[in-house]
Design a protein around this ligand. Structure first.
Ligand SMILES: *Cc1c(COP(=O)(O)O)cnc(C)c1O
Ligand SMILES: [Zn+2]
Length: 482
């Protein structure tokens, strides 16, 4: 039988390949990251992306129902019988008319890909379904990860629904309660380690090696294969036309890396004409990618300046700098997929950007005010878009798709703090203080008294301008032609 899928070192000077049946978290020759690569000529790939639409008619079949495995011809590394799916990827691309107007985009050009709709409430499920499929393929029984929260929630869910034991490492005191509650509820063995995410990841890699646990962090190249499908769904929602920009928050940089891989493969296969541009948004307090990219670090055909990255981390350690942001999902100082992210920025003619916690929370409140809840990390996309519009890197007329990575209920503390001002977590700078909580919507304290309650509600002075001055109707929805 001809080989379809194999693992391959991303370093072109090494280029070592490995069987998909091996469990690896890096190249055993040079230690670099691994990709899943395909001999496309040995597998059937649809001639047009439109062919995938036919699968909607067969939604009673779990693999056609899944928003990841509907596209299985584009990640053909496992036999159908091995696939672990719980119906992930039922997500949608919302045309955010009011939010777009509010931030000055041309009508209809801003789109939000709402990955909070996944079974565990974040985009991580797209990757977990693929990595668990590989874990099953290699006969693993125990799976582990380090996590800022969502990876552990997703791992725990997939472990409990597919017959694995889940083990998760979380940093102490950093995790949002929505996420912690999921890991506990789904029965994962949960270890709280003294230290931040970067420390946890180092530890879990050690422990996984010693105990033979299957590692589920995004150094696992199979996860990124599943995350490619987020881009397929965006394309599908836009009648298979590429938007001008994809905007995504950057933490460990697995997601942006997967997006770059998705588009470069589609282009190679002749399935799309144009690759969109990419904007990766860092939080100011966890901005390794942005700093290095701004200083000129590039993919450079795979010949990356390792010394420069090493020096950056040495300086970070020397100064005792630890990542710090309200957007806990992207509070990462040593992004493991940095090199793949540089490749994605290269393929997608990308840019990076950093935003403050204050900007993130204001953007999150805006997204919420216009009707879609997300967690702080996801809101970095809109905060980043606002900056990129201002600096005219993105134009108001361009079509932009922002990936809202996680559900609003993941981190209710951040939301309640913002609206009530009771906030213990954020460092407030004097400048931020002046414009703090622009959209704060404080609960009103009222006595249990009819007249007082009526007075508190007030006269009918509702101004629809406050929500965009415009109520969209069905006629405003774009007609998506299939
Ligand atoms: C994991 C996560 C991110 C960061 O994604 P990376 O692939 O690590 O860059 C962003 N937002 C949310 C909600 C996440 O859970
Ligand atoms: Zn190698």
């Amino acid at each position: 039988m001809k080989t379809v899928a194999y693992q391959k070192c991303i370093n072109p000077r090494c280029g070592a390949t490995f069987d998909v049946g091996q469990t690896l978290t890096g190249c055993s020759q040079c230690g670099d990251l691994l990709d899943i690569d395909y001999n496309w000529s040995n597998t059937a790939v649809p001639k047009s992306l439109r062919e995938f639409q036919n699968r909607w008619q067969n939604r009673r079949f779990p693999l056609d129902f899944s928003g990841v495995w509907r596209f299985r011809d584009l990640l053909p590394f496992a036999a159908d019988a091995m696939i672990c799916t719980i119906g992930e990827g039922q997500t949608f691309l919302q045309n955010a008319v009011c939010l777009g107007n509010h931030i000055g985009m041309w009508p209809g050009q801003l789109w939000l890909q709402y990955e909070g709709m996944n079974p565990s409430g974040s985009f991580k499920d797209n990757g977990m379904t693929a990595a668990f499929t590989h874990a099953r393929l290699v006969g693993a029984r125990r799976v582990a990860c380090a996590s800022t929260g969502n990876t552990s929630a997703s791992l725990a869910l997939y472990a409990s629904s597919n017959g694995f034991q889940g083990i998760v490492f979380i940093g102490s005191g950093k995790i949002a309660f929505g996420k912690l509650s999921q890991a506990l509820d789904y029965g994962a063995r949960t270890l709280q380690i003294d230290g931040d995410f970067d420390t946890c990841l180092m530890r879990v890699r050690e422990v996984a090696k010693q105990l033979g646990l299957y590692l589920m962090n995004s150094v696992n190249p199979f996860r990124l294969e599943g995350q490619k499908s987020i881009m397929y769904r965006i394309l599908e929602s836009l009648s298979w036309e590429s938007p001008d920009w994809i905007i995504v928050p950057g933490g460990n940089l697995g997601n942006c890396s997967a997006f770059g891989k998705a588009f470069s493969e589609l282009k190679t296969l002749g399935l799309i004409k144009r690759i969109p541009r990419l904007a990766v948004i860092n939080a100011e307090g966890a901005n390794t990618l942005h700093q290095l990219y701004t200083a000129g670090l590039r993919w450079n055909a795979g010949v990356i300046d390792d010394a420069r990255i090493g020096a950056y981390y040495a300086e970070m350690d020397g100064k005792g700098i630890h990542p710090y942001t309200v957007a806990s999902a992207i509070e990462i100082g040593r992004p493991v997929n940095l090199k793949k992210a540089l490749r994605a920025l290269d393929v997608m003619d990308g840019v990076t950007c950093e935003v403050t916690d204050h900007e993130i929370l204001e953007a999150k409140a805006l997204i919420g005010r216009f009707g879609l809840g997300c967690e702080p990390a996801s809101a970095a996309t809109i905060a980043g878009l606002q900056r990129l519009l201002k600096s005219q890197i993105i134009s108001r007329s361009e079509r932009v798709a922002c990936v809202l990575t996680g559900h609003g209920l993941k981190d209710p503390d951040a939301t309640v703090y913002y609206h009530t001002g009771i906030n213990t977590k954020l460092a407030r700078t004097p400048a931020a203080e002046e414009t703090w909580g622009l959209r704060a919507n404080k609960p009103l304290r009222v006595a249990d008294d009819l007249a007082a309650i009526v007075a508190a509600i007030g006269a009918d002075d509702f101004d629809s301008a406050a929500v965009g001055g415009y109520v969209p109707t069905a006629a405003d929805l774009p007609f998506v032609e299939y």
